[in-house]
Design a protein around this ligand. Structure first.
Ligand SMILES: NC(=O)c1ccc[n+]([C@@H]2O[C@H](COP(=O)([O-])OP(=O)(O)OC[C@H]3O[C@@H](n4cnc5c(N)ncnc54)[C@H](OP(=O)(O)O)[C@@H]3O)[C@@H](O)[C@H]2O)c1
Length: 322
């Protein structure tokens, strides 16, 4: 098998590369520019970005430079750029503003896939995470169905090719499906060996909504003061079963985990700023896990979510009440 990043079809006929490049928590300009260029050299074309990550200007510049340095071999259309509307931009007036800021930061005319980052709206204004005195986010009264109507308009205006959701529960996804004219093509949620999110994955797949997995390697890089992640994370790359599969296939544990996910028809977006890991994470299309190998993962589930977004737990649209 060739090590070529393959793509799968979304419900609207657009194709999404099964492997994307995660960009959260990378804000050092030199480091991120090097990482984006290393990713492009390794074959990544799908970049998972967000207004909230505050680094789209760096990624956009690195991609534009790579295109101009490629002597015509790379074009904008070769890239699949994803961004997300942040929670303090959920109203009909502010969704287009959030996208316009992103497009400007990237220096591009359209986004390939635009997501509602979270179902929860926050108080609209300058602060990305407006907090009250009890360290809880201050909500807005905008419901995500209002946000979705504007997302649909953005598709009609040609500003995004596809739209989707992120961190939506089954019930919240059903609410979108009940009112939408343009269906969400994906739900980007946490999936890894220790948090397989099976019910949500099965529901979305049954509705032809692709799952994009974040936290697939269980990053420990979230900023502690955001209080998003509970301490004591377990690292599935160190799990003995994963290590032994890695030995069997002569691959690294991270590659085994990413391969398991893509064999479950789940899109992966591992984040790394380390060029050797960026290359390693792309080498997952040249081997296959057997049915028996795949079975092993069923026993690894621990029901242990890493991304809790604790500060939003009291929000009426908090999605992780499970
Ligand atoms: N929609 C959402 O709410 C949401 C939430 C979280 C994340 N995301 C998206 O999903 C992306 C990925 O998730 P994530 O950032 O949480 O973490 P992740 O991809 O699960 O893990 C990233 C961490 O793993 C390390 N790593 C990467 N490749 C490795 C390898 N081959 N071997 C060993 N370690 C490796 C990275 O280190 P180095 O960088 O030091 O190499 C980094 O510390 C994000 O960047 C973002 O784009 C979305």
């Amino acid at each position: 098998m060739l090590n070529r990043i393959t793509a799968i079809e979304l419900s609207n006929g657009v194709h999404i590369p099964l492997l994307g490049f995660g960009t959260y928590d990378s804000t050092d300009e030199n480091e991120l520019t090097t990482a984006v260029k290393a990713a492009i050299s390794a074959g990544y074309r799908h970049f998972d970005c967000a207004y909230f990550y505050q680094n789209e200007h760096i990624i956009g510049k690195a991609i534009r430079e790579a295109i101009s340095e490629s002597n015509g071999t790379l074009k904008r259309e070769d890239f699949f750029i994803v961004s997300k509307c942040w929670n303090n931009f959920h109203s009909k007036e502010r969704v287009p503003l959030c996208l316009d800021i992103t497009l400007k930061r990237f220096g591009i005319e359209y986004i390939d896939l635009y997501l509602i980052h979270w179902p929860m709206g926050f108080k609209e204004g300058a602060e990305d995470i407006p907090m009250d005195e009890n360290n809880q986010v201050i909500p807005s009264n905008v419901h995500f169905t209002e946000t979705w109507l504007v997302m649909e308009d953005l598709v009609r205006q040609g500003k995004c090719k596809s739209i989707g959701i992120s961190n939506f529960s089954i019930e919240q996804t059903k609410e979108i499906l009940a009112m939408c004219k343009i269906r969400p093509v994906c739900n980007q949620v946490e999936v890894n060996p220790y948090f397989q999110n099976r019910e949500l994955v099965e529901f979305c797949h049954s509705q032809n909504i692709r799952i994009v997995a974040y936290g697939s390697l269980r990053s420990t890089t979230y900023t502690p003061q955001q209080n998003w992640v509970k301490p004591g994370n377990l690292v599935p790359q160190e799990n003995p079963d994963v290590v032994s599969l890695a030995k069997k296939h002569n691959k690294a544990p991270a590659q085994i985990i990413l391969r398991w996910l893509i064999q479950c028809n789940i899109v992966v977006i591992p984040k790394s700023v380390t060029p050797s890991r960026i290359a390693q994470n792309s080498q997952i299309f040249d081997f296959e896990l057997s049915d028996q190998d795949m079975e092993i993962f069923k026993n690894l589930e621990k029901g242990s979510r890493i991304n809790h977004f604790e500060g939003a737990r009291l929000h009426s649209l908090y999605p992780f009440s499970d």
